[in-house]
Design a protein around this ligand. Structure first.
Ligand code: ZN
Length: 160
């Protein structure tokens, strides 16, 4: 069976950036599980896995536009300290949900200069070319229930 629409796919992977730093990986003995064609994983990876079979290895490069997007300056802004809860730990590197043009975004504090708090609402992987290496463990047809829900069930999938 090949990876394609309406198939449930289980795979392991290691995610690195252009510099070779490991950004993420499936845990030892735990597989990533998703329903193909349902937007459960980033578009560039889904496309790269298409047509593969159980046992196949992959090495998929995903450009920022097909991954977590390009970095956009519109998501970098300076807020006043008063925008944060009084008891919040407002320090460089801390993360807060901040209102942005298109709604709230998880943002990281870049710098603190008196009452001026500069935040970055870009996804931390935005602007990075991503390299996914791994292998396909299983490909099966999605059940009618999984197709109706738009996600995979079972180990590594949704439990409910
Ligand atoms: Zn479900």
């Amino acid at each position: 069976m090949e990876v394609g629409n309406a198939m449930v796919v289980r795979f392991n992977y290691t995610l690195t950036n252009d510099a070779g730093d490991v950004l993420d990986a499936s845990a030892e003995g735990e597989l990533m599980t998703y329903l193909h064609g349902a937007g459960g994983i980033i578009a560039g990876l889904e496309e790269g896995l298409e047509g593969l079979k159980a046992g196949d290895e992959f090495d998929v490069t995903v450009a920022p536009e097909d991954g977590y997007g390009v970095r956009e300056n519109v998501y970098i802004k300076t807020l006043n300290r008063s925008s944060f809860p009084a008891d919040a730990d407002v320090v460089e590197g801390a993360k807060f949900v901040v209102p942005m043009m298109e709604g709230p975004r998880l943002s990281t504090i870049l710098s603190v200069d008196g009452d001026d708090i500069k935040v970055d609402g870009n996804h931390e992987l935005a602007g990075q070319t991503l390299h996914f290496k791994g292998s396909i463990a299983e490909v099966r047809e999605g059940t009618p229930e999984e197709l109706a829900h738009g996600h995979a069930h079972g180990p590594g999938g949704h439990h409910h």
